[in-house]
Design a protein around this ligand. Structure first.
Ligand code: HEC
Ligand code: HEC
Ligand code: HEC
Ligand code: HEC
Ligand code: HEC
Ligand code: HEC
Ligand code: HEC
Ligand code: HEC
Length: 454
């Protein structure tokens, strides 16, 4: 049965209270002696089922923050209610048993990309084929920490899986605390879907504005091995964003957010995801890329064995250039990409390949043990060469940050190569194998989680 009711009276009382204190705080002394302005009355009157109304009524008391976030979202305006996302059936693996104590309606605490796909099929389908969604299978294919068991469950849960995503486990309706809560980009959900849309659109605002800003990507894209947000902050684009971004129009409808009209310089979203200059919005971040610059040896995206891209890199480069051409001339754009591509080749040929050759020689002579990666100092050095400064040099050149390209990049590469070559020469002269360490905190599972084969 449907009923029309003034459903969020409790929340509205809060808003009214905030309204009064807010005004006082904003105007302080100046409001003295003036008649207070009549307060606007807010009402949300909607047709909702009794079941859906109960969620809001009770949660407005139990978890005010959640209901307030939702009330301010496009979803609330479009009459998308709690049950539309949290509703479930007996057949679902993720039904919350403990919640039956409060309410007889079946609910699930997890709202997966599959749940969102009911109303956003295009975004969910693009996301589903992205590296973001598939990152758990990718890292289990190529990562030495996992495959050689060199870190343990708690190190993985608080580090890797926080960004990459956990494999959510539920037993008898109860979550396994090590795997939940989690909003990593490649979270593996009990319904079989991959990822978590709230990595970038946090609950319960699910905002476009938030996702368009660089801070949202910077939660994961930072630090010594992928400092994209620091690189952005150093670039002219980032500097201008920080100087005047608060005056830009972040709220334009999808497909209408326009370069030069709504914003003056691009954010991560503009270059990698947003619709611009004839390109449509994409939730697949591999689009528009011509290289795998995070890999040890830079290759093309369709050559990445763990998860080959379907696109042709030349077409993807044209797309990225289209982004730039919304604001720049072709000369400026060609000049930029020529330098970036040359920097990539410089890294491959002058740093990575020569050092790889020398390290391989030690493996062949049994002076370095092949058994596990990263349990010998020279292996750690080789890892940092490509994973830290080698990436920084390439990313800095890709995204206009000279400090990362040189001081944190090529300069550090030169220093690392000297240190390594001195060590390699010493090992070759003495003929004594490199010391193998018992890595502290190792012992993590090396068996690939079985869901990955599905
Ligand atoms: C009578 C009060 C009440 C009603 C009605 C109610 N809830 Fe809850 N709900 C709670 C309380 C209390 C908690 C927090 C339980 C806790 O702290 O573990 C909760 C927790 C939740 C959670 C989080 C569960 C978890 O495991 O993290 C979700 C999601 C949720 N409710 C959704 C809903 C939806 C959707 C409805 C409507 C179908 C609803 N609730 C109706 C009281 C209620
Ligand atoms: C557009 C979908 C959507 C709607 C609408 C929605 N939720 Fe949620 N809710 C989510 C997502 C996503 C999460 C985070 C869990 C996840 O990542 O799967 C969540 C989490 C929660 C949690 C646990 C959060 C915590 O911090 O413990 C509660 C409680 C909850 N929702 C209650 C509600 C209530 C009450 C409403 C209605 C006022 C509501 N939700 C409406 C998608 C939604
Ligand atoms: C029952 C249908 C429904 C479900 C389920 C749903 N949405 Fe929506 N969503 C909508 C509607 C309707 C709009 C408003 C569209 C508009 O304003 O043009 C919207 C808008 C949005 C927007 C744009 C918000 C803005 O600021 O403009 C985002 C982002 C979004 N949804 C994400 C999600 C995510 C993530 C989930 C799953 C956690 C989800 N939605 C689940 C119907 C739904
Ligand atoms: C702060 C968030 C964060 C943490 C913590 C983190 N990663 Fe990552 N990881 C990323 C990001 C972001 C990338 C993408 C790098 C790029 O493309 O520039 C990435 C890339 C990778 C890649 C390369 C994937 C590819 O396509 O080549 C692997 C493998 C990986 N991470 C494994 C791990 C493991 C294992 C751990 C824990 C030991 C870990 N990561 C910890 C965010 C994180
Ligand atoms: C990596 C971050 C990220 C993740 C994860 C993400 N989104 Fe988005 N989303 C964005 C950005 C950025 C935009 C803004 C594009 C623009 O400028 O219009 C956006 C826009 C949207 C919109 C508005 C319509 C449009 O196409 O612009 C919807 C709806 C949406 N996302 C739904 C989802 C759903 C559903 C999921 C999960 C399947 C999801 N998003 C996961 C970053 C993300
Ligand atoms: C919750 C963490 C997280 C957030 C937030 C996040 N990313 Fe990522 N991103 C990752 C991880 C992890 C990878 C590595 C995936 C892999 O290759 O296995 C990645 C990879 C990428 C890649 C490389 C794709 C490729 O083909 O090599 C791009 C580009 C990217 N992200 C852009 C973005 C943008 C733009 C945003 C913000 C709108 C964003 N990401 C938000 C974690 C995140
Ligand atoms: C001015 C446009 C622009 C902006 C702004 C921008 N990027 Fe990039 N990004 C690029 C270009 C160009 C490349 C290299 C593309 C190629 O492979 O040819 C790149 C490469 C990347 C890569 C490496 C992908 C790989 O696997 O090789 C990641 C990850 C990434 N960007 C994330 C981000 C994040 C996160 C932000 C914001 C903090 C951001 N980008 C801001 C243009 C931009
Ligand atoms: C929304 C508009 C916009 C887009 C899109 C855009 N830029 Fe820019 N870019 C600017 C503005 C404005 C400046 C500052 C110009 C100046 O220095 O006077 C700038 C500066 C630059 C600079 C100079 C950096 C420096 O430190 O001297 C380069 C190089 C550049 N952009 C390359 C690109 C490339 C490559 C792309 C596409 C991947 C791109 N831009 C996309 C607006 C944009």
């Amino acid at each position: 049965m449907k009923s029309t009711r003034n459903i969020v009276s409790v929340v509205m009382v809060c808003f009214v209270c905030f309204g009064i204190t807010g005004l006082k705080a904003a105007f302080g002394q100046e409001t003295q002696g003036l008649e207070p302005l009549p307060l606007k009355e807010y009402r949300i009157e909607r047709i909702l089922s009794d079941d859906a109304r109960e969620c809001i009524d009770c949660h407005a008391r139990e978890s005010k923050g959640i209901v307030a976030d939702w009330a301010g979202s496009r979803h609330a305006h479009a009459n998308v209610n709690c049950l539309d996302c949290h509703g479930g059936s007996q057949a679902d693996a993720d039904i919350s048993k403990s919640h039956l104590e409060y309410d007889q309606t079946l609910i699930s605490a997890i709202v997966s990309p599959r749940d969102c796909s009911r109303c956003h099929p295009a975004e969910a389908a693009q996301y589903d084929k992205s590296k973001h969604a598939h990152t758990m299978e990718i890292i289990w294919k190529i990562d030495p920490w996992l495959n050689d068991g060199l870190n343990n469950d708690i190190e993985r849960a608080t580090g890797c899986y926080h960004c990459h995503g956990s494999v959510v486990k539920i037993e008898n309706g109860e979550f396994d605390d090590i795997t939940w809560p989690n909003v990593g980009v490649g979270r593996v959900n009990p319904d079989g879907s991959r990822g978590s849309c709230s990595s970038c659109h946090t609950r319960h605002r699910f905002s476009l504005v938030e996702a368009r800003k660089p801070e949202v990507c910077g939660q994961c894209h930072l630090g010594p091995d992928h400092p994209q947000v620091e690189i952005y902050n150093e670039s002219k684009h980032g500097a201008i964003y920080h100087a005047e971004g608060d005056t830009w129009n972040w709220d334009a409808a999808p497909g209408t957010w326009s370069a030069g009209v709504d914003y003056r310089t691009p954010t991560c979203s503009v270059c990698h995801m947003s619709g611009i200059n004839g390109l449509t919005t994409t939730h697949d971040v591999t689009e528009r890329l011509a290289w795998e610059t995070q890999a040890p040896l830079t290759i093309r995206p369709n050559e990445f064995k763990a998860f080959p891209a379907s696109g042709d890199w030349k077409k993807e480069r044209e797309k990225m250039e289209k982004v730039c051409l919304a604001c720049h001339s072709q000369t400026w754009v060609t000049g930029h990409f020529t330098k970036f591509d040359d920097a990539v080749i410089n890294y491959n040929e002058n740093y990575y390949l020569p050092l790889k050759k020398q390290i391989d020689e030690l493996y062949e002579k049994n002076l370095l043990s092949k058994e596990k990666n990263l349990d010998e100092k020279l292996e750690i050095e080789m890892y940092e060469l490509w994973h830290h400064e080698g990436r920084r040099a390439r990313f800095g050149a890709a995204m206009m940050a000279p400090d990362y390209a040189w001081w944190h990049g090529f300069y550090e590469l030169k220093k690392r190569c000297m240190d390594m070559e001195a060590e390699i020469e010493h090992v070759l002269q003495t003929g004594k194998p490199v010391k193998v360490f018992q890595v502290k905190g190792s012992g993590g599972d090396t068996i690939k989680p079985d869901y990955l084969d599905k």
